[in-house]
Design a binder for this molecule. Sequence first.
Ligand code: DSN
Length: 431
Amino acid sequence: MHQPPLTRLAAQDPDIAGLVEAEAERQFAKIRLIASENYVSPAVLEATGSVLTNKYSEGYAGRRYYEGQQYVDPIERLAIERATSLFGVEHANVQPYSGSPANLAVYLAFCSPGDTVLGLSLPMGGHLTHGWTVSATGRWFNAVRYEVRRDTGRVDMDQVRDLALRERPKVIWCGGTAIPRTIDFPAFAEIARECGAVLAADVAHIAGLIAGGAHPSPAGHADVITTTTHKTLRGPRGAMILSAAEHAKAVDRAVFPGLQGGPHDHTTAAIAVALAEAARPDFAVYARTVVANARALADALLDLGYDLVSGGTDNHLVLIDLTNKGVPGKPAAQALDAAGLELNYNAVPFDPRKPFDPSGLRVGTAAVTTRGLTPAHMPAVAAWIDAVVTAAARGDADALAAVTARVAEEIRELLAGYPMPGWAPAPSPES
Ligand code: DSN
């Protein structure tokens, strides 16, 4: 049963209620390894589902275009105070609807159309909004892209510096969506200073690790920091832009009125709740365990002969190159999902295959760590992945179905002992 229960929704709209319940049960029964996903707390769920969704609040606290902000203003101020204190920055804008709008606001704040920007190429682990071809950011700006080194799988800082000095970008992006290694914020900052660029750190994936002290912080190095709030940070779907006070006005004007209308006040409240949770000592333990789980999973996969981009991980994320396993990422991901291991297919650096059917898999440990799994569980997770990938590579549908059924059952048995925030099995009639 969903917690809080969906009693009224079930009475009024059983179709939607049934689908929400089914999704919750699916999340309970699966080992969720999508690196950008998590399970939020019941308190975050309650704030997200509150009456704040009824309110319009265009503007900022104390300077709104609509009346009735007596309670929304303190909510947004609390979210800002908690963000600045947690991340050690002078200014926070908590209104961006999600990560892509937050990144667009950085362009609006610091660039003009046609300006040169420098970011990590998408197939190398960057994000669409760091200037990739199909994104508005790649179409409206002169986007130059750096890569990772073939021999190490790590960002090529020599190339970053060469490109930065040659192209003189207005903005340099660091961070991305499939980077298994520590981001060297001081090195990026030095290059940005050398060429006079604004350094933008997109820490969407690792924000929770930074908050919990399990990854170095870009604060004091990057001019502007963007992050979603729902990945390792374990809050609602939303985003923030953090900066020094000198950039506050430009950032705020870019978010509103530059790009957005009214902020989603229910999300702001839920972000505030998640930030308070992330400031607690138990969140630091969580962040460290996320990394320990990813390392244990990487080690177990290496033992099973898997080729990992960069040879392992420093954070929550492992990028697997399946080329030596004889099965592409997409069919492997589909077979794994059927077996109860939810993840996404992903391009690997220098991938000869197309993005919709690439060579790799991306896995992350934020959600399984929230669920209570520890490094001791990771060899079993790796063995389940291996059993399914091996069967998928053989191409024998009956054998794959048998492996899938066995693994799914074993996973259901394991996860039954690990509660999920937001849903629990209905009590049996005799209990
Ligand atoms: N979709 C996000 C991710 O999975 O990393 C990035 O936008």
